[in-house]
Design a protein around this ligand. Structure first.
Ligand code: ZN
Length: 306
């Protein structure tokens, strides 16, 4: 299945990116379209029934581009002879907000954009964060310079190349029979908010090993039957959520109290109510998050057992 923040329709143009002057020429073409972001949130047109990214032409952003001498253009990709770019206007006066166009919170607006535009937003947001964090070489500490339309930054001194990074996260619904495990992290200790267990995949670790380790660390349970479900780009800041189901082979929960404020078994009936937002006991993530779909597919009996 395709989640929100997936479904980016752009051709990322690996060949075009090799020609720096061509990217510059394309960026000034009347067909070029610019996504404007401020504080990592997109400029969105809210005049019509559904929300849409408010794409700008080169003429509309040329003044801003000429004032950004220290940064090169970030090229997102192409579609139907249009080239798409993103620019960050944090330091500019807010000349883009008006009665029809506003900067919307990325997470909140994503559910209201078309799937394609939420995918472009994910790419643009993660790119801006990476550029901001990679201004200096992690090997020698000197300045880096952006090339290939923003797909690489090279150190001005030692010439090391740095590439945009994506951090894989294993997220899993653990179940056994008619019950499943949901947890509440210390970071999200909102009353009644429970979700799937999750954690970053470690170096030298497979997805299956990460699922086993995270479930053990967060709940004390052992699992088998680890089955991949789907994945979701999650640009907060640059994760790839890898969704799995796993069957518990032990019952007793012993959770990590530093990381988790609660981990519990829930019945399918209770979780089904929570999906429909009718539970009086728990809230679970909405459809924007892969966790919602992992839970829902288990409730609907769609999890295969090896
Ligand atoms: Zn360096």
């Amino acid at each position: 299945m395709e989640h929100i923040f997936a479904g980016n329709p752009l051709d990322r143009g690996d060949v075009v990116r090799r020609d720096e002057s061509l990217i510059l020429i394309n960026s000034q073409n009347p067909n070029a379209r610019y996504l404007i972001m401020k504080d990592l949130n997109p400029l969105v047109n809210s005049e019509i029934n559904h929300l849409k990214i408010s794409w700008k032409t080169f003429a509309e952003v040329s003044e801003i581009l000429s004032s950004k001498n220290d940064e090169k253009i970030i090229f997102l990709g192409s579609k139907n002879k249009n080239d798409f770019f993103v620019i960050n206007v944090n330091k500019q006066n807010d000349k883009f907000s008006n009665s029809k166009e506003k900067f919307f919170d990325s997470r909140e607006v994503a559910t209201q954009l078309s799937p394609g535009e939420s995918g472009i937003l994910a790419q643009a947001r993660a790119q801006l964060i990476w550029h901001n964090k990679t201004r200096f070489c992690s090997s020698c500490g000197n300045k880096t310079i952006s090339y290939r339309g923003g797909q690489v930054r090279q150190c001005s001194e030692c010439k090391m190349e740095h590439f945009p990074r994506t951090d894989p996260v294993a997220i899993m619904l653990v179940y056994n029979g008619e019950n499943c495990i949901l947890g509440q992290t210390r970071a999200r200790q909102r009353k009644g908010f429970y979700s799937c267990l999750a954690g970053f995949i470690d170096q030298g670790e497979s997805i299956e090993e990460a699922v086993k380790r995270e479930v053990k660390e967060e709940s004390g349970l052992l699992v088998d039957n680890i089955v991949y479900h789907s994945s979701q780009p999650w640009p907060f800041p640059s994760s790839l959520m890898i969704g799995c189901h796993a069957r518990a082979i032990t019952e007793e929960i012993v959770f990590d109290e530093e990381e988790m404020s609660d981990v519990k078994w829930f019945s399918k009936t209770e979780v089904e109510l929570a999906i429909k937002e009718q539970s009086t006991k728990i809230n679970i993530p909405g459809p924007v998050a892969i966790a919602h779909h992992l839970i829902k597919s288990w409730v609907n009996g769609e999890v295969s057992v090896k």
